[in-house]
Design a protein around this ligand. Structure first.
Ligand code: ADP
Length: 829
């Protein structure tokens, strides 16, 4: 009976405990409980075998029996030890907590008094300070009545795993919810690591593989923030060793399974970490238990999570491994989803972008097509059908639909001289499955010739053979015309360059000769090879280098310039006249050179002749003048009006002739640098008055008004200055209608005396103003065309004034008159 009771009690307990879903429990059916047990049943043996702890306590609260499972669950090595220990002693080695967390003494639980007849089923958390282990135990207690004395029976079931499972499940659910809140997976992983610490580990490190297959630390958490920094520093300095493919982070990734080291020792660490400094550091950080779990989703390893116990002095067990694996599986799935979502979103973005680009391209194409210089073609190589856009037909001068859709029709439109080249290029493109590009001429039905550029691409069919060719045709006639005219002008220039009688030299910006035509080569009396690369300055006979620099600077500054230089060749001096254009090509100067040695010699001969002739003329003229004056004096008392008139005229004409001859003589003197000056002090005001008087004697047709200035002593050549004044006044009268007044004035400032001669005559066109003082220049005004002159007076005047250190200029308005000015410096020496 007693036996049956025990047996049934145990079995009921089993049933009872099933509320905690203990899978490992033996489930015994109730009918069997009621069945008669075999008479030879050994109960102690039965207790021993039961997968639960059994503890019996007598009325004096002494443990009278415990099976080995019971002793194990209460952290005793043997049942014997438990039996011998008084209940209150147990409180020292076991801390017992009620489910709600309140600490209870061990004796209070395993007490006979507490156990009533009715079963109690309590759940306790038991902590063993010695081993730092924790266990959840379900203790079912019941009073057992016996003839020899009642006792209390405690049936103990270990629910630790289940409790852990519950906690883990709760955590996993919580993590799933939290992670799903964010779509940034790095943020998610950091969040995950934060949740792991400190409940499930002291550190948690998450490493992910990037696209290049490199490991990147993306999240890290540690119970101790200062140690976190230290771990981070160490990790960045010594990343996990990728050559170690069996253990550690890379081991977990390569193997696709967790690396679990429940107890990390110096030796075990040596296998994972090769660098001694890192090993030392890890041990200093208190590393004692480690699990690295790979993050795998859809068969692909994405990274790994490392969990570490250090400061808490705990060690992971098989359950923890299973727990972390479950958690990591879930995390991997969530991260994979987040990444997929991210990727999908990026793809959508990309699609949008592509679509945008396509639209943009389409629009560009459409614009180009609309601009009218482009058309599209599409050639089906199988059916040989060639389709043209409307634009392409238009470019070929065809109406819409006029193109017959065959290659033959196209070839008929291509210029016969270009056809072979185009056909070969098309054939080659198809043969080599490459692109086609050709420039060719087409002939429109109106016979107009246009230039086209054809571009095409071969598309392959499913078998990899050319199936289609698609391309564009662009009208490039304008471009070709521009190119052609450029080519022509280059050719023109080349032929001018080569055949010109003038020497042509092209230099760089500094004057170094880059090219020279044959005429130039001949001018320099050198070979072309020895001329090129020489510097112009080294060939020209200039007084100083500065002279060349001055001339060259003028060319570069004005862009265009002309001048002369002298060459010293073996054959003597050669005079060259040049006309230069700077920047004719970028940084290149062009010089047209002409040998003027002969012209110069001729000019010199003429000047020489002029000099001699004038001189020779002067003597007889002086005699004529003397005889005319003698004759006038001789006839002074003869009353013959006519004779006096004629003689005066002869006298005036002789004067005019003398003037002319003097002018010509002056020119030769100026040219030869022999114009002499005799300086003296005189009163300019008086000189002007005298000059005016002289003029009045011979010419009474124009009133002359003078506004003078007393005391104007000046150091100058009196006769020459008088010549200038008379020349300008005579001009003023010559180029004014009869009777118009000529106004002469003299002004003075600190440095100069200024003489102004103003007329109200025909004036001078502005285009003539600059050239007026050049030798032999005569004005182009039609009004003055009938007025005779040699065009030398102003030239001589300007030379005289310049030699005196003065200036000469004119202001004039055509039709209104002119004012000539000249200055003389007050202090010449
Ligand atoms: P010439 O008078 O003999 O032609 P000049 O050297 O004295 O030579 O003068 C040059 C040119 O300047 C003249 O041909 C004339 O066209 C112009 N000219 C000179 N003075 C005047 C003036 N006062 N009014 C208008 N034109 C003038």
């Amino acid at each position: 009976m007693e036996v049956i009771y025990f047996y049934s009690l145990c079995c009921e307990n089993v049933v009872h405990s099933s509320k905690y879903n203990l899978k490992e429990e033996i489930v015994v059916k109730n009918e069997e409980v009621m069945a008669t047990p075999p008479s030879n049943l050994n109960y102690k043996q039965l207790f021993k075998k039961l997968p639960r702890g059994i503890v019996l306590v007598n009325q004096h609260d002494h443990i009278i029996y415990a099976n080995s499972r019971g002793a194990f669950l209460l952290d005793f090595a043997e049942a014997k030890n438990l039996i011998e220990t008084p209940a209150h002693e147990l409180d020292k080695s076991i801390e017992l907590y009620a489910e709600q967390g309140k600490q209870i003494s061990f004796g209070a639980i395993f007490s006979f008094e507490r156990v009533k007849k009715i079963d109690r089923d309590d759940l306790f958390r038991i902590y063993f300070p010695r081993t730092k282990k924790e266990r959840w135990l379900s203790i079912v207690s019941q009073r057992v009545e016996q003839e020899e004395g009642d006792f209390a029976l405690f049936s103990i079931v270990d629910l630790t795993q289940q409790k852990k499972s519950e906690k883990a499940l709760q955590f996993i659910n919580q993590i799933s919810v939290n992670l799903s809140r964010s779509t940034d997976y790095i943020q998610q992983l950091q969040h995950f690591a934060n949740q792991i610490v400190p409940q499930f580990a002291d550190w948690c490190v998450v490493d992910m593989l990037n696209n290049e297959g490199e490991l990147q630390n993306v999240a890290m958490a540690h119970t101790d923030s200062t140690k976190l920094e230290s771990v981070k520093r160490m990790r960045s300095k010594y990343p996990p060793d990728s050559t170690n493919k069996t253990v550690g982070v890379w081991g977990a990734i390569y193997q696709g399974k967790s690396d679990f080291q429940s107890v990390v020792t110096k030796d075990s660490l040596q296998k994972v970490i090769k660098v001694p400094a890192v090993r030392r550091h890890l041990l200093e950080l208190g590393l004692r238990s480690l699990i690295t779990v790979p993050l795998i989703a859809r068969g692909k390893t994405m990274g790994a999570v490392t969990f570490v116990w250090s400061d808490s002095e705990k060690n992971f067990d098989a359950f923890d491994l299973e727990f972390f694996e479950t958690v990591c599986q879930r995390v991997a799935l969530i991260i994979d989803n987040a990444r997929l979502l991210d990727q999908a979103q990026r793809e959508i973005e990309l699609q949008k972008e592509i679509q945008y680009l396509l639209i943009e391209k389409e629009m560009t194409l459409e614009l180009a097509l609309r601009a009218g210089n482009m058309g599209v073609w599409d050639w089906d190589l199988k059916t040989n059908q060639l389709r043209w856009s409307e634009g392409l037909e238009r470019l070929h001068g065809l109406n819409r639909g006029e193109f017959q859709g065959t290659l033959k029709h196209f070839t008929q439109l291509v210029h016969s001289q270009d056809l072979k080249r185009v056909s070969t290029a098309i054939e080659k493109a198809i043969e080599t499955k490459s692109n086609f590009e050709q420039e060719f001429r087409i002939v429109q039905p109106s016979k107009a010739i246009r230039w086209m550029i054809g571009k095409g691409r071969v598309f392959l069919d499913e078998k990899g053979n050319p199936g289609r060719m698609v391309g564009i045709g662009i009208d490039i006639t304008e471009r070709r015309i521009a190119e052609e005219s450029l080519k022509q002008s280059e050719q023109k220039f080349k032929s001018v360059f080569e055949t010109s009688m003038d020497g042509i030299v092209i230099t760089d910006g500094t004057g170094k000769i880059l090219d020279a035509n044959d005429s130039a080569v001949a001018l320099f009396h050198l070979t072309k090879a020895s001329l090129i690369t020489q510097h112009l300055s080294s060939l020209i006979d200039v007084q100083t280098e500065k002279d060349f620099e001055k001339q060259w600077a003028a060319i570069q500054k004005q862009g265009k310039s002309r001048g002369e230089f002298e060459l010293r060749t073996d054959e003597g001096a050669t005079y060259i006249e040049y006309q230069a254009s700077a920047e004719i090509f970028p940084n290149q100067t062009l010089l047209m050179l002409r040998d003027i040695t002969e012209r110069k010699a001729e000019q010199q001969r003429q000047e020489h002749f002029l000099g001699i002739a004038s001189h020779e003329l002067k003597n007889p003229l002086a005699s004529i003048k003397a005889f005319v004056q003698l004759l006038r004096r001789y006839l002074k008392h003869v009353e013959d009006e006519k004779a006096h008139q004629y003689l005066e005229k002869v006298d005036n004409k002789v004067d005019a002739l003398a003037h002319l001859i003097n002018d010509l003589l002056d020119i030769t003197r100026i040219k030869q640098g022999k114009l002499e000056f005799f300086y003296e002090f005189f009163d300019l005001d008086q000189l002007i008055r005298d000059a005016i008087e002289d003029i009045r004697v011979t010419s009474k047709l124009h009133p002359i008004r003078y506004t003078g200035l007393p005391n104007t002593e000046v150091m100058a050549d009196k006769n020459r200055i008088s010549q200038v004044i008379q020349n300008i006044i005579r001009n003023a009268m010559k180029y004014s209608p009869e009777g118009e007044t000529v106004k002469v004035s003299l002004k003075k400032n600190d440095n100069n005396l200024t003489v102004a001669i103003k007329d109200q005559g025909y004036g001078i066109p502005s285009s003539d103003l600059k050239k007026l003082f050049q030798l032999y220049y005569r004005g182009q005004n039609y009004k003055v065309n009938n007025i005779t002159g040699l065009g030398v007076g102003l030239y001589i005047s300007s030379q005289i004034v310049k030699q005196h250190g003065g200036k000469i200029w004119v202001k004039s308005t055509e039709g209104k008159g002119s004012t000539f000015y000249f200055t003389l410096p007050l202090r010449r020496f």
